[in-house]
Design a protein around this ligand. Structure first.
Ligand code: F6R
Length: 359
């Protein structure tokens, strides 16, 4: 039941600390012991020399995020494809290329068909990252890493997304450690549920931003690097439940087209974590400000020089490894509040189904 919450989506946003705790539970030893992801999962990962991620929608965004991790932290080539596209084009595996299929429901027709095709094309095995134990995808895969988010009722995916990222982060750690990388990433992941809690406590401050979106027809979401997929996810959330047209862009692409759209009627949301791309992002934001765009920036104190034309929302300092998982939270909360203000059917947005079991 929804309990004290007005909508399932809101309940599911607030369940994230608990859900993430469960995803990590028992899998991430405090000492130097190997990760406990199950024997089958560990052996699939041990053999992988390349990774192909197949998924749809929000699960695809989790895959896009993980690709940055696999390439930068594990030095493994990784490609991510929308399952409905993969099915209908010719694509061949590299030697020992592992498929990771990501799906909350495990019943998405396109993802299931893509997995089937991948086997026929000679990919090296299928690891499913899935929220439902007995699902078709779980049965079709060689190994399953469950996200343990608990049932997700709201059509707009929230806790399924962050737990997918946490499960993917575990596979990234397992692979990075195989390459001999030892770091503080384990500790960073263990702190995740507490840090998520901290950010959820900002809900009422984020609610105050919603009014600036409710009467708009378009919005842009910007991010760079591993936060570009987070911008895509922010845009998808806003479209789905508030029916405001939104696009996610890597901030460096602005001047190649979308800048033409920027004016006072176009709110621009930017995720600006304290990473190596912050300086680049700053100049992208100046381009928006110079055109009169209304900027909404999420970053650590001092990240950007805020003044006229910018509303800055301060985020706690965090480890770069888990930063994408934290920065999606304010975007989820923002979309939720915009949809509530607009009076849409938040849990059951028009034209959408929770699980898309037809092509
Ligand atoms: C967005 C959303 C959809 C799903 C997509 C895949 O909020 O929920 O984009 O992510 O339909 O669904 P699963 O993960 O069940 O395969």
């Amino acid at each position: 039941s929804r309990g004290e919450y007005r909508h399932y989506m809101q309940k599911e946003i607030f369940e994230q600390p608990m859900a993430l705790g469960r995803t990590l539970q028992g899998r991430l030893p405090l000492d130097d012991a190997p990760l406990a992801l199950g024997e089958k999962t560990m052996s699939l990962l041990a053999n992988a020399r390349a990774i192909r991620i197949l998924a749809c929608g929000t699960s695809y965004h989790a895959g896009l995020t993980a690709a940055y991790w696999f390439e930068s932290l594990c030095r493994l080539p990784c490609r991510v494809e929308v399952a409905s596209e993969f099915r209908y084009r010719d694509s061949y595996p590299m030697p020992n290329e592992l498929v990771i299929a990501i799906s909350q429901s495990g019943e998405t027709a396109d993802t299931l068909a893509a997995v089937h095709d991948a086997r026929e094309r000679g990919f090296d095995g299928v690891l499913a990252i899935c929220n439902v134990d007995e699902s078709s995808l779980a049965r079709a895969a060689d190994a399953v890493l469950l996200t343990r988010a608990g049932p997700e009722i709201g059509v707009a995916s929230t806790k399924a997304f962050t737990t997918q990222l946490a499960a993917l982060a575990l596979t990234v750690l397992a692979l990075a450690e195989r390459e001999g990388v030892r770091s503080d990433m384990r500790q960073a992941l263990l702190r995740l549920p507490t840090q998520v809690e901290e950010i959820l406590a900002m809900d009422s401050a984020i609610e105050e931003l919603a009014a600036a979106f409710a009467d708009k027809h378009h919005a842009l979401f910007l991010g760079r690097g591993v936060h570009y997929p987070i911008a895509l996810e922010g845009a998808l959330k806003l479209k789905e439940i508030s029916y405001i047209h939104a696009e996610g862009y890597p901030a460096g692409e602005l001047k190649h087209g979308p800048l033409a759209l920027v004016n006072e009627e176009m709110p621009v949301v930017a995720v600006a974590p304290n990473d190596s791309l912050l300086e680049k992002l700053r100049s992208n934001l100046e381009e928006v400000r110079a055109r009169g765009g209304q900027l909404f920036v999420f970053g650590e104190d001092g990240a950007v020089d805020h003044g006229g034309g910018m509303r800055f929302h301060s985020m706690p300092a965090c480890h770069p490894f888990i930063s994408p998982i934290l920065y999606v939270l304010p975007l989820q909360m923002l979309s939720y509040h915009v949809a509530v203000l607009k009076g849409t059917d938040v849990d059951r947005p028009r034209n959408l189904a929770k699980s898309v079991t037809v092509e």
